[in-house]
Ligand binder design. Sequence first.
Ligand code: BTN
Length: 234
Amino acid sequence: MLKIFRRAKIDSTNEEAWRLLKAGVTPPFVVVAEEQEAGKGRFGRSWYSPKGGLWFSIATQTMRPSETISLAAAYAVIHTVKEITDICARVRIPNDVVIERKKLAGILIERDENTVVAGIGLNLKVERFPSELKDTAISLHKVTSKPLNPHEFLKKISEKFLRCVETGDFTVGMWLCCLGKKVEFWVGDTHLVGKFLGILENKKAVFDLDGKELEIPLAQINKFRKFEEGQKQG
Ligand code: BTN
């Protein structure tokens, strides 16, 4: 059973997760708060976190790169939103989940070597955004009439995320947008570039590498993206 620590009002669930880790709590676990007084966004920004939103952090241990973990979190959010509301949200690489180009959820990955805290902020039932956010943020309850139970979202997203980080399977969803396109990916430390042809039922991805078809188990691919000429590697 996944450990869940619940807080009413707190500075930041990411901070609380680090405090719990320091105090000796063993990951994986989740910290959720009704309200954050010092919610953190990326690049030192603050994250608007009133009551009504779903603000939580998942602590776990993994060797996967942070970009991959971040995509796993986005995937877990997108699939849960689809399952519960039938709405198709999208990932805005690298860290946002959007609906109609407006931000539904943000993801903040922090790590200390293999210990990772993945903070997820999901605008579930945020009644009002401050003026600087009102054109760029969206709350799920504004676009669906389905009942939105925060506990159900929390449980589903956390479980999907942890499973994805363990297995690497989340790449399936992310890759659909790259079908038939030139992509680059890493198998261990080996960097490969080719055309992405699809995913087989046996959970292998198929690529065309210089005219040769290659099948690679999804779990062995630790980073994957559309290939852009001149893109920095890494
Ligand atoms: C971003 O888009 O800038 C990332 C936002 C991440 C916000 C979440 S809310 C739960 C967790 N606790 C924090 O302080 N931040 C993350």
